[in-house]
Design a protein around this ligand. Sequence first.
Ligand code: SF4
Ligand code: SF4
Ligand code: SF4
Length: 332
Amino acid sequence: MLTRRGLIKVAAGTAGAACASQALDAEARGNRTMPEHALGLLFDGTLCIGCRACMTACKTVNGMPAEHNAVFPGSEDAYWDAPLDISGKTLNVIKAYRSGTAAHKDQVEDGFAFTKVSCLHCVDPSCVSACPVSAMTKDENTGIVRYNVDACIGCRYCVAACPFGVPRFTFDEAYPRINKCQLCQQRLPEGKYAACAEVCPTGATLFGEVVDLKAEVARRRALEPGTLTTFPRGKIGGTDSYQGKVAKYVDHVYGEKEIGGTQVMHLSGVPFELLDKPKLPDVPPARVAETLQHTIYNAFIAPLVFLVGLTGLAWRNRRTIEEDAPKTGGEA
Ligand code: SF4
Ligand code: SF4
Ligand code: SF4
């Protein structure tokens, strides 16, 4: 006969086995890969001159309003479009690092450097994984991470999920929405490409297929600093280029491995920590989160088995109590 201890052991053992088997199944979720012709950007901070033409062009083609800031009241920043960061009104920002006298470009001490902040179009995007209604999706041909305002329910899970803090909610609008860079996807059918890259005078922001951009990254990194070379401008594989000298890069391509890789990559002459780029693991959070979710959902069978066991135990105990109870009533 099955004892109480035995029944609990069987139920717990079965539940544990179910959990373990589901966890093993869930581990099968590997890193996602990008489409063969994925599109992206290369931002080479050593070529950037901080002109912010890319910010203006981004606003123009995406119909975003100017953003005045009150940090320097009375200064020209209070009148001109002067966003300090990406926001519901600004999809792309160039930020500066400064140290000491800020006299030398791409130097840590007494130097300055530029960085770009915009959506990185992750290969395995957390925003897509977190969105419960598929308002965020990854295009299967270009890999562009798109936003569909009509599907959005305003939960802002994507805002919380993005490790780069990219999606921004327009709290000050009557019908708020998420805004983020969509790699100018609306311009692609017209044969145009990302406006920030199109207007960049130095090719610091360069558009193209990720495979070509990666080859360009490898080419630049293989050259000795100071070597005269040809830099493509606008779109890689286009006709526009110029001659310039290769700078000394830090030994890190930001976006190459972070959270499984991104379609926007960064080169820099100063460490990325100084540019406020978050230090992230190679494993995509989306993969970890989905593994846990699937494990928990799949493993509902485990608590179910345990519940059935406990119910059986309670039923058996009730029968025992009823059988042991003194008989009352009956014949007088
Ligand atoms: S347009 Fe090019 S050079 Fe000018 S700020 Fe933007 S990335 Fe830098
Ligand atoms: S950077 Fe953020 S918003 Fe852009 S694709 Fe990655 S997770 Fe999504
Ligand atoms: S790709 Fe388009 S939307 Fe994205 S930062 Fe560049 S200009 Fe702005």
